[in-house]
Write a protein that binds this ligand. Sequence first.
Ligand SMILES: [Zn+2]
Length: 219
Amino acid sequence: MGRKLVAGIAVVLGLALLPMAPAEAGFVGPFYDNMMPTSSVSSCQYRSVCQTDGGSLVVYQGGLGAQMKAATDFTLDGSYATTNVGPVHKTDTLVTSGTGETDIVYQYDGGELSSGTYGITECNDPSIGNNRCDQFYVTFNADVLSNALCDTCGRTTFQRAVACHETGHAIGLVHGPNADPGKSLQYAPLNCMRTDMPPEDWDDPTMGVNNAHWANVTY
Ligand SMILES: [Zn+2]
């Protein structure tokens, strides 16, 4: 009687475990999917977040001052170049037409961004399809990133975090609410893709393992 009971439990456990198998097969690890396309950012549109066209990441920093140039250098060299979206090529020759457009054009705004918007990333050529964009403009809020707003916080860290964040959009990374499943804007595993915080809370200038994972499997 005792032995039969044990056997019965074993069978029940076995059946209970079986339905887990298909879900396990599609599971990609402890990673959180914030690479577009997602259910809410489902295609590449003009001015939207898209994937870049891959192969390498060609960037033009000529529109930046020294501080944000240094901040973009930090994130490009320390984070993005170490993933499969790299290598990163920094060019002094800006190409804005044809099939080989410069992937990311960094620039300062001309006062059009509100004080609560630290930067904005927009695809301006989604014509190549497959969720990929031939060229992005990353526009930083010159006032916010260079004036006294951040004197009491780690200004360099803030600048680097914003550079990391906007560059992330230019390879297809989205905010928490636009990811699958949706999370808060400040969900910790998003690292520099967190947003909706005051400057002193932009304290992580790195991609982190989750964003790097998606860069590696996408490119
Ligand atoms: Zn953002």
